[in-house]
Ligand binder design. Structure first.
Ligand code: IMP
Ligand code: MG
Length: 179
């Protein structure tokens, strides 16, 4: 796995520290709100981030998985595949979408629209990574762990063709491995 990476961009220690900080910000925000919190993690990229984040949020919350994927085998955004499971526990609740990365914003635009239609009390979004050079300004994200350059990264849940999600750091994939 390591031989496929050009370099480590954000190491495990930096990730741990920042995710803890972000969880604190999120907890402070929601502890003042009345009503229940539902976290909607976008599968599969958010799995590791989600697991670390929610264990640092000491509030009662529910989790409603949304399974969506836009990337196929390549690194360019393709057509979005449909939701595998319908999201639940949304109407009348505070909803926080959790995703791995805001790249072109297609995924978040889709899921935010879908959830808004289910009438949550509030809707916010947290992402591990954002590529500000590409992220459209009209897609609202409320909590961002790291802004990164427009690089293709893997690890800590992020994949290339479904591989590398278990790499503990966030690393840049070697260019020659991408079409
Ligand atoms: P968007 O819809 O273009 O914003 O892309 C969002 C999805 O594309 C993410 O949830 C990731 O699964 C994938 N993606 C975008 N950029 C990267 C990257 O640098 N590495 C791995 N996956 C990425
Ligand atoms: Mg992906």
């Amino acid at each position: 796995m390591l031989e496929d990476l050009e370099r480590v961009l954000i190491d495990e220690t930096q990730i741990r520290r920042r995710v803890r900080e972000l969880a604190r910000e999120i907890a402070i925000h929601y502890q003042a709100e009345q009503g229940g919190l539902t976290i909607v993690p976008i599968m599969s990229g958010s799995i590791i981030f989600l697991a670390d984040l929610i264990r640092e949020i000491p509030l009662k919350l529910k989790i409603s998985l949304a399974h969506l994927s836009s990337y196929r085998e390549g690194t360019q955004s393709g057509a979005l595949e449909p939701l595998v499971t319908p999201v639940k526990d949304i109407t009348g609740r505070h909803v926080l979408i959790v995703d791995d990365i805001l790249d072109t914003g297609r995924t978040l635009r889709f899921i935010q629209g879908l959830i808004r239609g289910l009438e949550p009390t509030s809707l916010r979004t947290a992402v591990l990574l954002r590529k500000p050079a590409k992220a459209p300004p009209e897609i609202p994200v409320d909590f961002v762990a790291f802004d990164i350059d427009d690089l293709f990264v893997v690890g800590y849940g992020l994949d290339y063709a479904d591989v590398y999600r278990n790499y503990p750091h966030i690393g840049v994939l070697k260019r020659e491995l991408m079409p």
